[in-house]
Design a protein. Sequence first.
Length: 208
Amino acid sequence: MRRFIAIRAAVFFACLIPFLRLAFDAVTDNLGANPIEAITRFTGVWTLIFLLITLGVTPLRKTTGWYWLIKLRRMLGLFAFFYACLHFATYIVLDQFFAAEEILKDIAKRPYVTVGFVSFLLLIPLAITSTSTMIRRLGKHWQKLHRIVYPIAIGGVVHFLWLVKADIRRPSVYAGVLAVLLGYRLFAYLQARVGAREARRGVLVSSR
Ligand code: HEM
């Protein structure tokens, strides 16, 4: 138990490192020629990284047998939301200076902003329902609701692919990682279905 608390604290501080680094670079005026663009890009990438790390918890838990990893998933998901909020706030406050009309026009007209915005909106119910009380209250619906993290991550990758103009190498790396995670999920789902069908057949044969 004490060891797990230490691991959780270490992971928490590790998740804060990108934020601390950004704050340090901001305070020391080290964000380059275009600080707003630098902050937007940095927070966008870390949102995507945390989404992918969160999605990687279950495959890693199942392949390694480290069942305690599941207890870190909520914190990792909330860090994805934290970086998404910083990313969105940078866009609203620093990039657009709260210009509501411009923001709405941007969301409607630029497909990559539309996709990013929808992904961000979908993250909100996941963050709100991440508490133990909500997990208990929603019961089996909780798991169904939280499956939208897959379309959210797909939205994040599409957002990235759409905003880069020519060189798609960086977004392709994230798309590749996501494809592996989705492939694993599909494989596990098909395996569970085959297992359930065989179990049913076994029951039918033994009851004859
Ligand atoms: C889950 C939600 C989101 C994810 C995962 C995400 C991810 C990203 C990523 C990976 C980048 C590129 C970083 C780079 O070039 O290094 C980016 C850039 C950007 N994102 Fe997002 N984003 C999300 C939501 C949003 C929202 C809600 C908005 C605004 C409404 C937004 C606006 C932007 C803008 C303006 C850029 C910079 C484009 C440029 O460099 O010209 N994003 N985002």
